[in-house]
Ligand binder design. Structure first.
Ligand SMILES: Cc1ncc(COP(=O)(O)O)c(C=O)c1O
Length: 465
């Protein structure tokens, strides 16, 4: 292909059928030694629960299993292979040290029902991570329970509701940033805003917004999912925020892909502390740590046990490995990288907002749309160049949005390859738009019907399918 750049190479992408298609009766991946204990009558032991017919299971050898799944894994894109320019999703590299610490036996094998007295180390991790996050955000208290950013938002709003109810006030209205002054009144429980927002723009008026809300008894909820642009620089607690969530799976480098476990802690000001979900980690009079369950004003549990503990270990490892200076440097690098992308691409792609860029930058497909090529087509063509696509068509306020977030993980070299690829695709749009419209060309399957895949998924293999 004429425009291919340095990044893309031919990659051996082996054909691979279904594991059922490799199956033949009698093959197996295991062999047990002869029985040297008395045989048990399973019928007696299990009664009607015994199941002899396992249905149609694939019968394959060990090497066939290994090769099957290894080959499938080569069809995947991964952060270990290259950049994920996905804006808003913050797909940064998850350092190996996190994984190492999370696999330490006492942590990995800990059980939530284990008594407090043998869980002091785990409790210390919860407490230390809480203290670090409180320090980073400038808030007064935190719950680590929520399992995602969206779950954090719900938990935060439950606390806001409980707060107003405790004042004998059943406020129900939640505002979003547009038209604040005209809408603000004593019915408004809170305003929710994302800062920096999904255009990567910092809300400069945040102090003023907090003052307007507070003057009428409302609270300011900040979606802190984009804290990777602020850590070590400014603290939401210092600019008037009352409640906010963090996405550990974005800002604090815990795994994010493949629907892996997320974590969306909610940090709050003192006034909301009585409403924290239970249980809360406390220091007991004897100096040990433990859980406090008896908190009459609590909104109750929002998650089984204490949250995604493995994520807390990873986030704390990341915070401690970086230290305050390292975290500040990370923020600066993330913002620098997004601005590098902006500079590298603004001559080629339309930049609808020229406000200063923080951690991510949003272009639009306006120039390419004249040739009938839209953001999704360009994103698909990026795959042929060896990159994961950027975020398409979001945020909605930008028609044909192309949202790019390199994160601090990327080197100048990798970003140059990305800019080269995007520039090359823009040339292709002018010279041969059909090439881009039909992309990707290098994958095992080309353009999929994404609507059908979402609405009519075929999740089970059946013989003869
Ligand atoms: C700005 C913002 N807020 C909230 C969320 C929701 O987080 P989660 O996907 O963990 O529910 C996201 C997700 O990426 C986000 O980008």
């Amino acid at each position: 292909m004429k425009h291919m750049t340095r990044k893309a190479t031919r990659h051996v992408n082996q054909n691979e059928g279904l594991i059922f298609e490799k199956s033949s009766a009698g093959k197996g991946a295991w062999k047990l030694p002869p029985l040297d204990v008395p045989e048990v009558d399973t019928k007696k032991l299990l009664g009607s629960s015994e199941r002899k017919d396992l249905g149609n299971m694939p019968e394959v050898s060990e090497i066939e299993i290994i090769r099957h799944f290894t080959r499938l894994s080569t069809w995947n894109y991964a952060i270990d292979l290259g950049m994920y320019p996905l804006g808003s999703c913050t797909m940064k590299y998850n350092p190996r040290v996190n994984e190492h610490v999370a696999r330490v036996e006492g942590l990995a094998d800990g059980h939530p029902y284990q008594p407090e007295k043998v869980s002091q180390g785990a409790l210390r991790i919860l407490q230390t991570l809480s203290e670090c996050l409180i320090d980073i955000t400038g808030m007064d208290a935190i719950t680590l329970q929520p399992a995602a950013g969206a779950h954090g938002e719900m938990t935060g709003l439950l606390m806001v509701r409980a707060y107003h109810q405790s004042k004998g006030n059943a406020r129900k209205k939640i505002l979003i940033p547009d038209a604040l002054e005209s809408q603000m009144n004593e019915d408004v429980a809170a305003l929710m805003l994302t800062n920096p927002n999904t255009l990567g723009v910092f809300e400069q008026q945040i102090h003023k917004i907090a003052d307007i809300l507070h003057a009428k008894g409302g609270l300011l909820y900040m979606d802190g999912a984009n804290m990777n642009a602020l850590v070590g620089k400014v603290r939401p607690g210092d600019f008037g925020v009352d409640v906010m969530h963090l996405n550990l799976h974005k800002t604090f480098s815990t795994p994010h892909g493949g629907g892996g476990p997320g974590s969306g802690p909610v940090a709050i000001k003192k006034s909301l502390e009585p409403f924290l979900p239970t249980p809360v980690v406390i220091a007991k009079p004897d100096g040990t740590l433990g859980f406090e369950y008896n908190r009459p004003k609590s909104v109750g549990r929002v998650r089984a046990f204490y949250g995604n503990f493995g994520m807390f270990v990873r986030a704390l490892a990341y915070i401690m490995a970086n230290g305050p200076d390292g975290l500040r440097q990370t923020t600066e690098d993330a913002v620098l990288n997004a601005n590098y992308m902006r500079k590298g691409l603004e001559a080629t792609y339309d930049l609808p907002y020229s406000t200063p860029t923080m951690h991510e930058v949003v272009f639009s497909d306006k120039l390419q749309a004249k040739k009938g090529v839209r953001t999704m087509d360009i994103a698909k063509r990026l795959i042929d160049y060896g990159f994961h696509p950027y975020t398409t068509a979001f945020p909605l306020i930008v028609p044909g949005a192309m949202m790019i977030e390199p994160t601090e993980s990327e080197s100048k070299e990798e970003m140059d390859l990305f800019i080269e690829a995007m520039t090359s695709i823009a040339e292709e749009v002018q010279e041969d738009p059909q090439l881009v419209l039909d992309a990707p060309h290098s994958t095992r399957v080309s353009r999929l019907d994404e609507t059908a895949a979402a609405r009519k998924p075929v999740l089970r293999w059946k013989p003869g399918n």
